[in-house]
Design a protein around this ligand. Structure first.
Ligand code: DON
Length: 459
């Protein structure tokens, strides 16, 4: 076992051992077939953004997704219809009520959110149903893409819920009586029951959660299942509504978007980090797996995964704030040295987002805006977001407008754009070339992969 596999598997194994003997909770029995589950089954699974799969215990025991299907069908509705259209039918407000509550807006009958049963039934009804592609085919196909393999339906669980599911039927009729149910309530509820009876394992659920965490791209198959925007929308609703009447306390203590189901499945997503899932059938009073809640809560605390504790703050973006006079290549004294001291040099590293770009621009200010030149060294930058790119270009253009010669050491062309605009900084392959150009040396050299720019005008 590799060191990484060992460390993560060990962490899951420890959590599994710690909670395996917890005997609290009751099996769901309002769907009779669910009462036949083995209360001792307990599986944990985690899928990373690179598609590595880790597990402990009964991670490949099949069970039905139940409410864990809801965020994924919501994702499908958002993909097909867009947020504005879906929001006309289903709101996105935490209800503070149980999963089967009558969580409907008083005047419009619109369900509070897509995670409670009322909202999920409407969401399912929104999925287009055409002769060539029935509604449930679209749903099963979508859930399968999220899991990265072909899923099927547990017909016995489906039949069991259909037999006893009068409360959901009542909800559907109630919703239609006030307006927002675009299809026949009986048809909507039967499709919803089938989606709840889709068979998964904890490893499947971890892959599904990881796909949401990975901007809609399944890390196992590489398929873009939903857009990055839709994945973020779904995670937002999971964060505020996914745990029903314990959503606030969950976000407070665990800090991850999550979704529970009455068969004992529970998922949580660490955006850009991982998807995790637990399976253990005994439930607490909110319909959430007792062991799942304990294990995922402890995983979040142990690994510092709470979303509101931003690990990006600890990383250092700016690695150097100085002048060319302090670089090893500077002359020891004289006129040449003074010229070097008039060129600010700032180096950055890692992936640059809005926060990182703001720091880099501050560092450029700090390094000496009253000099004659400024060099931004991006050699060790591994990636840059669109917002950060625009901010850095804009900041450098301002320095140029203030009369400075500005140059970027940018071998990967992160700040490059097609064409050239007046005031754009020059781009060079190395820091040394960029400094030389700011000093008026090097014949305006545009070392590879510099793009063509105007000839230097002299300091
Ligand atoms: O509609 C129902 O009652 C079930 N098919 C699903 C409910 C559920 O999983 C609630 N989650 N904890």
């Amino acid at each position: 076992m590799s060191p990484a596999t060992g460390a993560v598997t060990e962490a899951l194994g420890e959590l599994h051992a710690r909670y395996a003997d917890v005997g609290d909770g009751e099996l769901a029995d309002y769907i009779p077939q669910l009462a036949l589950a083995d209360p001792d089954d307990f599986g944990l699974a985690l899928v990373s953004m690179d598609g590595h799969r880790y597990s402990a215990g009964d991670a490949d025991v099949p069970f039905t997704a139940q409410s864990v299907s809801k965020p994924f069908v919501y994702a499908l509705a958002l993909s097909l219809l867009g947020l504005d259209e879906v929001s006309r039918w289903v709101n996105a407000e935490p209800s503070g009520e149980a999963f089967n509550g009558i969580s409907l807006e008083r005047t419009t009958g619109r369900p509070a959110n897509a995670m409670v049963n009322a909202g999920a039934i409407v969401t399912t009804a929104l999925i287009p149903h055409t002769p060539g592609t029935p509604r449930f085919t679209r749903i099963l196909d979508c859930l399968s893409r999220f899991a990265g393999r072909s899923l099927d339906v547990d017909e016995q669980v489906y039949a069991s819920e259909s037999f006893t599911g009068d409360r959901n039927r009542a909800l559907a009729y109630l919703i239609r009586s006030t307006g927002p149910l675009p299809v026949d309530p009986v048809a909507a509820v039967e499709t919803y029951f089938r989606q709840c009876a889709v068979r998964v394992t904890a490893l499947d659920l971890a892959a599904m959660a990881a796909t949401l965490a990975h901007g809609g791209v399944n890390p196992l198959t590489g398929e873009q299942v939903v857009s990055e925007a839709v994945a973020a929308q779904v995670l937002a609703v999971m964060a505020t509504c996914g745990m029903y009447d314990s959503s606030g306390a969950w976000l407070l203590r665990v800090g991850l978007p999550a979704k529970s189901g009455v068969s004992g499945g529970l998922i949580a997503a660490g955006p850009a980090r991982f998807g995790v899932a637990a399976y253990s059938p005994p439930l607490d009073t909110t319909g959430t797996s007792v062991r799942g809640r304990l294990a995922i809560g402890e995983l979040s605390r142990r690994l510092g995964l709470h979303l509101m504790r931003n690990p990006a703050l600890a990383a250092s973006t700016v690695t150097l704030v100085t002048t060319a006079g302090d670089l090893p290549t500077a002359p020891a004294a004289g006129h040449e040295r003074a010229a070097h001291e008039d060129v600010a040099v700032v180096a950055a590293q890692g992936a640059l987002d809005f926060t990182a770009a703001e720091r880099v621009l501050h560092a450029l200010d700090e390094a000496g805006p009253e000099g004659t030149g400024a060099v931004l060294d991006l050699v060790r930058v591994t990636g840059i977001g669109g917002v950060a790119r625009a901010m850095l270009r804009d900041g450098l253009v301002r320095l140029t407008a203030d009369g400075l010669r500005t140059a970027v050491a940018d071998p990967d062309g992160l700040l490059r754009r097609p064409g050239h605009e007046d005031g754009d900084p020059r781009i060079f392959a190395t820091r040394e070339e960029a400094v030389d150009w700011c000093l008026g040396r090097g014949g305006g050299g545009s070392g590879p992969p510099a793009r063509p720019g105007p000839p230097p005008s002299g300091p």
